[in-house]
Design a protein around this ligand. Structure first.
Ligand code: ZN
Length: 231
């Protein structure tokens, strides 16, 4: 497992290391942790309920969940506006975002062994299913209110269909594409509402969550860090 992580995500750090880095960064920027709220745009999968110290450290409990399946910020402009309106006066907001990918102890990409499961299961299930749809050239109906998020996930990956299905590691490629789509969508949402924002400090960290088997600590490969100060 460690070799597989090293091979595909050489810059990945343990989640506890990332937590420490975030705290140090915020303190160095002289931000009051109790005047900071946090949000995630991660996949709904419960394995992404990480960063447990943040529940106590920040104005809480957090996080505001901007993401839906795959990690795309399905809560949209309305969700982002709601989250930002919750920021403490003269406070800061931290947003963590990105897709996730499982790497099981025996090195299988896209699988993890969850607590008390006898076999490994897919991770990210949404992206695994989306890759299967791409292989079959399958679109899901966008107007089905019972599965519209997955329909959107497939559409977000469709432009990169060839590079995904021809890759030696299609799920890894799909995860990279998903990262870029999540990043672009999140920034587009922020750009759309920026004129309405004042007196706010935004700390954004994007990357890929690497989930491991239940008893092993997860990892995160940072792909973007940005600090934005709006006056
Ligand atoms: Zn997922």
């Amino acid at each position: 497992m460690y070799q597989t992580i090293q091979k595909h995500y050489p810059d990945a750090v343990r989640i506890t290391e990332l937590e420490t880095k975030i705290i140090i960064d915020l303190v160095q920027k002289k931000l009051d942790l109790k005047s900071t709220i946090w949000a995630t745009s991660f996949c709904s999968d419960e394995v992404n309920n990480l960063f447990s110290p943040f529940y106590d450290l920040f104005a809480g409990p957090g996080p505001f969940m901007l993401g839906g399946i795959s990690g795309l910020p399905f809560s949209g402009i309305t969700g982002m506006k709601a989250f930002l309106s919750h920021a403490p006066s003269h406070g800061a907001v931290l947003i963590l975002y990105g897709p996730h990918i499982g790497i099981s102890e025996d090195g299988q990409i896209g699988k993890v062994n969850r607590q008390n499961q006898f076999a490994s299961s897919t991770c990210c299930g949404s992206l695994v299913a989306a890759v299967e749809s791409l292989k079959k050239e399958e679109h899901l109906p966008m107007n089905n209110p019972l599965d519209y998020q997955q329909a959107r996930v497939i559409e977000h990956l469709y432009n990169k269909r060839e590079s995904i299905i021809e890759s030696d590691f299609p799920l890894k490629e799909a995860t990279d594409v998903a990262y870029q789509e999540i990043h672009d969508k999140l920034y587009n949402i922020l750009r759309a509402i920026k004129p309405q924002l004042t007196d706010l400090k935004l700390y954004l960290i994007g990357g890929i969550v690497i989930n491991t088997d239940w008893a092993i600590e997860d990892y995160f490969e940072i792909k973007n860090i940005e600090f934005i100060e709006l006056t």
